[in-house]
Design a protein around this ligand. Sequence first.
Ligand SMILES: Cc1ncc(C[n+]2csc(CCOP(=O)(O)OP(=O)(O)O)c2C)c(N)n1
Ligand SMILES: [Mg+2]
Length: 570
Amino acid sequence: MSKKVADIIVETLQSAGVRHCYGVVGDTLNLIARSLERSKIEWVSVRHEEAGAFAAQAEAQVTGHLTAVAGSCGPGSLHFINGIFEANRNRAPVVLIASQIIRDELGFDFIQEVDFKQVYQSCSVFCDMIYTAEQARRKTVIACQTALAKRGVAVLIVPADVSASTVHEDVPYSVHVSNPVVRPNDADLAEIADILNKGEKIAVYGGSGCQTAHKEILAVAEKLKAPIAHTSRAKDFLEHDNPYNIGMTGMLGNEAGYHALLDCDTCLLLGADFAWRQFYPGRAKIVQVDIDPTHLGRRHPVTKGVVGDVRATLEALLPKLNERSDSSFRTAYLGRYAKYKETEKEKIVAGRDGSIPGSYLTRVISQHAARDALFTADDGTPAAWAYRHIEANGRRRIFASLLHGTMANGMPSSIGLQKAQPGRQIVCLAGDGGISMLFGDLMTVVQQELPIKIAVFDNGKLGFVEIEQKAEGMLDTFTKLKNPNFAEVARAIGLWGQTVSRADELEGAVKLWLSQPGPALLHVHVNPMQLVMPPFMSVEPAVGMALYSARAVLHGRGDDVWEMVKENFV
Ligand SMILES: Cc1ncc(C[n+]2csc(CCOP(=O)(O)OP(=O)(O)O)c2C)c(N)n1
Ligand SMILES: [Mg+2]
């Protein structure tokens, strides 16, 4: 039976597990749109394609299912770019159908011509064009299979005349995905066990590869008497129900996690590819386990690197490990972590002048949000507060842009999470800069009737950048934002909206906001002077702050310095 290529593409996406396709329709995409309309795949119209890509990657991350985005030729499919980088870096299986001008005009600078292959090559695991009708099914299959198997973005470029053409002999190619269990061979396991058995001060450092290995990691930590430090991306998987947890290391981390890693003599690095080299132990022996062979030793030299799934590897390793009796190293760092938590509890409170620090807002949200809520957080201070102050419990998850570090990821990612899991509470911690960047897609939230709860952390500035500038001794430069009343704007768009500025009104406002049945935006004036402190205070930021203070005073801004000192140090 003969079939249109557009139908073949959509049929293949559907059988590969695609449930939603996010995008904006137009010209070269129209035929595919018609096929999508007839399929079981739900089309989600967004206002900006970038928001569609953020949504798709969040959906793909939380479900593990292939998720689609599709755009018109030229600017339409170009607009996805930043969200596609986010998706690919997060290893989210996403397929982008980039429709293209007709083949006959390619290469002559035709109107809206964009070479998508060149554009998307560096942010995808697959990027190719369907050149002929006959290869449509085979190429769509291999695109989907690559996105799922290599966990990333597949870009399928589809010229409009190809979508419109007919295939007379359809061949039954179909998507195959298998989930092998991967672990190191016995000789490697013995070598790892030997290194670990000789350690005296052993620390576990877990990354996002630990997602399904909670039980095994605890068993290893128990045997080795090791404390467990983790990356921010592993917080959801390792913080909860973990008596050996000493929290995050890295810029958002705490001093227990940070110092334990620098101080250990043996480090078991599990599914972690943390980018900043300064946070790795300098002199310790490092054993690294990672499912991706290219991650081994790429951040810091390691003593022994092996390829394996963390859970399967630890299962096989456990019987080879000697039970240690000396737990003094672990006890010391557990003590430091407990002390840090205690001080934090005292620090994360309302401002003395009745103002609302962003950290306090986050803590209040964490206290009142559902036990299985999914959180998104914009790059900037909201992400920092989310990782520090949202309490993990094994069911909650936080989605922030930790690898790509992009602004405006929060609200659009919430769209994808809510489409994927309609019954679940989705809470977005947005910056005033972040929310404004893809503001138009608040209309998608309303149009799709998604009951997302958005808190806007309004500090009237690009706060995180201002902190960076101050740490370098600069005065704040180009960071000010002149904001509207976000609650009024939200109401005009069709969301529930309310503004809160005083700490004594915060708890009531948060409860009311979270209890709304539909989409709701809480506009919070947060303290504009709060700093995000690293787990250490190295000489440079301290000198930077001093320089900033001196400059600010010289520029007649002594009040700002006083506000900053009062908010953060007194
Ligand atoms: C697309 C993009 N542009 C610029 C940046 C640089 N940047 C990182 S955080 C930030 C400020 C974010 O401001 P806001 O959303 O208001 O959050 P705040 O830190 O003020 O809480 C900027 C400009 C970025 N990461 N991504
Ligand atoms: Mg801001």
